[in-house]
Design a protein around this ligand. Structure first.
Ligand code: GSH
Length: 276
């Protein structure tokens, strides 16, 4: 009942904002209005990272499906939010944000008590930022080329295969670097901010877990034997811990990812939309 009421309020907030109607004076729940977000998502896309973060942080949000089958990410309405036509976008009271790492960083800075990112004054901040940027502009960027080789090297299948072989080597090296970081500085991956919950994942863990899930599953028609979770035991432990969290269950239920989305993933069976 409470949830239903909350959802109605969220929807009415965004409708009112669009139509420039006056906001209700008294919110019905403890969070301030500035905490309301809208996530543009497709199941098992990079938006999953943000959904996991929002769930983990306990922030109210609503979702808007980007219909990938219809190519909605290329339409004018979506490109007005993200000119690159990539998923995700998070609409916030400060405007629409795209780029997964930018959204994570913004959310973490905006809600510093959640432990999602190392705070500006933390001695961990420098290391945290370097690995978050590495995750975004090296690991994720390489992964995109592995998944969409045609976009980067054209239609020639031999060249696509060569590119993918190089990328598989690179990805293995990147995973090895991250495994070493997780062994040396586990506090970059598990936030120690709350003594009642010693397993709180940071943004790095959420981002990495999703990318490792995709390595295990995609591209579905190509060699994926190069990726073995057992090769990176510290990362594997983080992924297994993540699967025990209520936030992960909620996100996975919403996107049809099952109960072992990271350690034994299967393709998405979403209640709405499609992964690709
Ligand atoms: N650098 C972007 C990459 C996002 C990305 O690759 N999104 C994929 C889905 S996982 C996408 O939108 N693909 C649609 C396309 O390439 O047309 C980010 O971090 O947000």
């Amino acid at each position: 009942m409470r949830c239903h009421r909350l959802r109605k309020l969220r929807v009415s907030y965004w409708k009112r904002r669009k139509r420039a109607l006056p906001m209700p004076v008294q919110p019905l729940y403890a969070k301030s209005m500035t905490d309301l977000y809208r996530l543009h998502y497709a199941p098992d896309n990079a938006s999953l990272v943000i959904r996991l973060a929002l769930e983990e942080m306990g922030l109210p949000y609503e979702t808007a499906l980007v219909d990938r089958r219809a190519g909605a990410q290329h339409g004018a309405a979506y490109r007005a939010l993200n000119p690159g036509g990539l998923i995700p976008v998070l609409e916030t009271p400060d405007g629409a944000i795209f780029e997964t790492a930018a959204i994570l960083l913004w959310l973490g800075d905006r809600h510093p008590d959640t432990g999602l990112v190392s705070t500006v004054t933390s001695p961990l901040r420098a290391a945290f930022l370097k690995w978050l940027f590495f995750a975004s502009n090296t690991l994720h960027a390489d992964l995109r080329m592995l998944f969409y080789p045609r976009k980067y090297i054209g239609d020639n299948l031999t060249q696509q295969g060569q590119l993918q072989a190089t990328l598989r080597d690179r990805l293995q090296t990147h995973l090895h670097s991250l495994e070493t970081a997780a062994a040396d500085q586990p506090e970059l991956f598990i936030a120690a901010a709350d003594s009642h919950d010693t397993n709180r994942p940071t943004a790095l863990t959420l981002y990495l877990a999703c990318m490792m899930r995709w390595m295990a599953l995609y591209p579905s028609n190509s060699d994926r034997s190069w990726f073995r979770l057992a090769d990176t035991p510290h990362l594997a432990r983080l992924l297994a811990q993540l699967e025990t969290r209520a936030s992960t269950s909620s996100a996975c239920q919403a996107e049809g990812l099952g109960t072992t989305p990271f350690t034994q993933p299967h393709l998405a069976y979403p209640p709405e939309g499609s992964a690709i």
